[in-house]
Ligand binder design. Structure first.
Ligand SMILES: *[C@@H]1O[C@H](CO)[C@@H](O)[C@H](O)[C@H]1NC(C)=O
Ligand SMILES: *[C@@H]1O[C@H](CO)[C@@H](O)[C@H](O)[C@H]1NC(C)=O
Ligand SMILES: *[C@@H]1O[C@H](CO)[C@@H](O)[C@H](O)[C@H]1NC(C)=O
Ligand SMILES: *[C@@H]1O[C@H](CO)[C@@H](O)[C@H](O)[C@H]1NC(C)=O
Ligand SMILES: *[C@@H]1O[C@H](CO)[C@@H](O)[C@H](O)[C@H]1NC(C)=O
Ligand SMILES: *[C@@H]1O[C@H](CO)[C@@H](O)[C@H](O)[C@H]1NC(C)=O
Ligand SMILES: *[C@@H]1O[C@H](CO)[C@@H](O)[C@H](O)[C@H]1NC(C)=O
Ligand SMILES: *[C@@H]1O[C@H](CO)[C@@H](O)[C@H](O)[C@H]1NC(C)=O
Length: 541
């Protein structure tokens, strides 16, 4: 029995050797038996022969379906190319070769999958803390989906596990898992991970697991918006005022500053969380509004702060209408304005010499209906608040035309040649009056002028007899007095003793003008022998 088997084995060996020698007709198919390919790739099957000069090839699918590929014959081998390979190509491909009448055939199984890319995580755009959010994980173009398992995790905590084992998978499909939850502010920054596994036994491909992570970014706010003021909301003038708008918001909000001023209009200021006023001025006082807008949550919140910039009295102005020099009897109005925070108190005082009188004002205004000389003096406006005081003064001048004129002729209106006659004139005026004495003369008018009183004329003759008009005037008015002088006989004395001196002394109540020059001039005029009072006047005082 054993011997028989040995013999048979020897015979087979001989036959094999014979075949080798004649190069027996053989065929092979690559890849052999089985190929695992991803849908969309290019798959090429090769049917190769040896030991046949001109083999003829044919490819087919056992089910007699279309090949779904391109056959290309190259003498001793033939290829079947499927580009791209699709789900219809999942078959056993049979290659049949004839070498003459000799036929050989082999098959290869094409197995397909599709798992081309990582999962895609989509988080509902309006992810807001406290509001329901949805996380979607998409696994694109999976085949066969009935082997797909998906895991959704927040950090290491599993949110959701899902498989698609019940799927009736016929082609590539995009699979989606959805998870809804209420995010909290603590969730910000945590990873959401989607793990997709396509586990098919006996099918070799990589990767079989794909993972995608995304950070959770919960949007919230704005909330708890407040304004902080530095150094404080009642800062002093000149301080560096810094207003900061503090809010809780994700993403960071858009901030708009406004200021509401007294007339209710609104000013747009910087778009920043900090509003800086390097040198605060009391006009910077007002209601400041910080408006924060979260562009994702579409929520708005406002905070306000009332800022008062404190300042001592400033810009104190005392004005007088129509002017600070008025004519007696006119009306005069004083007005005092001043600013400061806290509000200032305004006082108007009148100072005449050492006498100070506080006047009753109405909102800083004070009016004198008919002004008198006694109203002339210094007026002071004082503005006071807790932080200080400021004052302004003005001098009121009341102009009075000459009045209450008294003329005294000494020794009398009837004088002798050589006698000294003094005319004393007193008046009350402001500014001081000037005086002109005119002698009424039929041919020419002789004019003499005098201020402060004394006009001396030496050696008057009878020609000085006559009517004199004493004109007392200042810029606001005049007053005329008539004096009759009669030079009658001659004084029985020495020449010098007989000199007649007419001295005018007119003293005004307010002013003390100078007349010395006139006296001198007149004397000079007389010494020159020409009774030229006109000339004396021309020299003017
Ligand atoms: C066919 O097989 C021969 C021998 O094994 C080899 O040398 C040749 O490269 C093969 N041709 C193709 C196209 O695979
Ligand atoms: C935001 O709110 C305003 C008014 O409430 C609305 O008109 C607008 O459409 C909202 N925008 C978004 C993106 O929700
Ligand atoms: C001071 O007051 C006057 C009158 O009220 C005003 O016109 C002026 O602008 C003020 N000046 C300042 C610096 O406030
Ligand atoms: C001027 O005269 C009037 C009366 O004629 C008198 O009441 C008044 O006090 C006088 N004024 C002065 C300043 O003397
Ligand atoms: C007085 O006036 C007359 C005529 O104008 C003149 O002739 C005479 O000399 C004068 N007398 C004196 C003293 O000036
Ligand atoms: C005054 O006048 C008379 C004559 O006109 C003359 O004689 C006399 O010297 C004069 N006296 C003086 C002081 O001028
Ligand atoms: C008149 O005045 C002059 C000058 O002041 C003086 O010299 C003379 O003595 C006076 N004459 C009389 C009578 O007083
Ligand atoms: C003017 O008169 C006053 C007194 O009425 C006197 O004190 C003053 O000295 C006089 N001035 C001159 C220049 O004479």
């Amino acid at each position: 029995m054993i011997k028989q088997m040995e013999r048979t084995s020897q015979a087979v060996t001989i036959i094999l050797c014979a075949c080798m020698i004649v190069k027996a007709f053989e065929m092979e198919i690559t890849p052999a038996n089985r190929i695992v390919a991803q849908i969309g790739e290019t798959v090429m099957l090769t049917c190769n022969t040896t030991g046949c000069a001109s083999p003829s090839f044919s490819w087919r699918i056992q089910t007699d379906n279309p090949l779904g590929g391109t056959v290309s014959n190259h003498g001793t081998y033939s290829t079947l190319t499927m580009s791209p390979v699709s789900v219809e190509n999942a078959h056993d491909y049979l290659c049949t070769v004839f070498c003459g009448t000799e036929k050989k055939e082999k098959s290869v199984k094409v197995e397909l999958y599709s798992f081309p890319s990582d999962p895609v995580i989509e988080i509902s755009t309006s992810l807001v803390a406290g509001e329901q959010a949805t996380v979607i994980c998409k696994i694109p173009d999976v085949y066969p989906s009935d082997h797909l398992e998906v895991l959704l995790k927040k950090e290491e905590h599993i949110l959701l596990e899902k498989n698609f084992f019940e799927d009736d998978s016929t082609n590539t499909e995009t699979k989606t898992v959805t998870y809804s939850f209420n995010p909290t502010t603590e969730d910000i920054g945590k990873d959401i991970t989607c793990v997709a596994k396509l586990l098919i036994a006996n099918m070799e491909f990589e990767p079989k697991e794909r993972v995608t992570s995304q950070k959770l970014n919960a949007n919230f706010g704005p909330k708890n918006t407040i304004i902080t003021a530095s150094p404080s909301n009642s800062a002093m003038e000149g301080d560096f005022l810094k207003l900061t708008c503090v809010t809780e918001s994700n993403p960071p909000p858009q901030i708009v500053w406004r200021r509401q001023v007294a007339d209710k209009s609104v000013q747009y200021l910087v778009e920043n969380s900090v509003l800086s006023i390097p040198h605060a001025h009391f006009t910077d006082s007002g209601l400041y509004i910080c408006e924060v807008i979260n562009l994702v949550t579409n929520k708005t919140e406002k905070a306000t702060v009332d800022i008062v910039i404190q300042a001592p009295p400033k810009n104190t102005t005392l004005s007088v209408f129509p002017s600070n020099a008025v004519k007696q009897g006119e009306s005069v109005a004083f007005s005092c304005t001043s600013t400061g925070v806290p509000a200032v108190q305004i006082t108007l005082r009148k100072k005449i010499g050492d006498v100070i009188t506080t006047l009753e004002t109405q909102g800083g205004k004070y009016t004198i209906g008919r002004v008198q000389l006694k109203d002339a003096g210094t007026y002071e406006c004082v503005s006071i608040n807790e932080l200080g005081e400021e004052s302004q003064h003005i001098v009121l001048d009341v102009k009075v035309p000459p009045q209450n004129i008294t003329v005294l002729v000494h020794p009398s209106e009837n004088v002798k040649e050589g006698e000294n006659v003094t005319i004393t004139c007193s008046t009350y005026s402001n500014p001081p009056s000037q005086m002109v004495l005119k002698k009424v003369h039929p041919e020419r008018e002789i004019i003499l002028s005098s201020v402060n009183g004394t006009f001396t004329l030496y050696n008057v003759t009878k020609n000085d007899t006559g009517r004199y008009l004493l004109d007392v005037f200042n810029e606001v008015g005049n007053n005329i007095k008539v004096i009759e002088i009669a030079v009658v006989g001659r004084l029985e004395k020495t020449d010098q003793m007989m000199a007649v001196i007419i001295a005018f002394s007119c003293v005004t109540a307010i002013a003390i003008p100078v007349v010395a020059i006139l006296i001198y001039v007149s004397r000079k005029a007389k010494i020159n022998g020409s009774y030229s009072l006109v000339k004396a006047l021309r020299l003017k005082v």
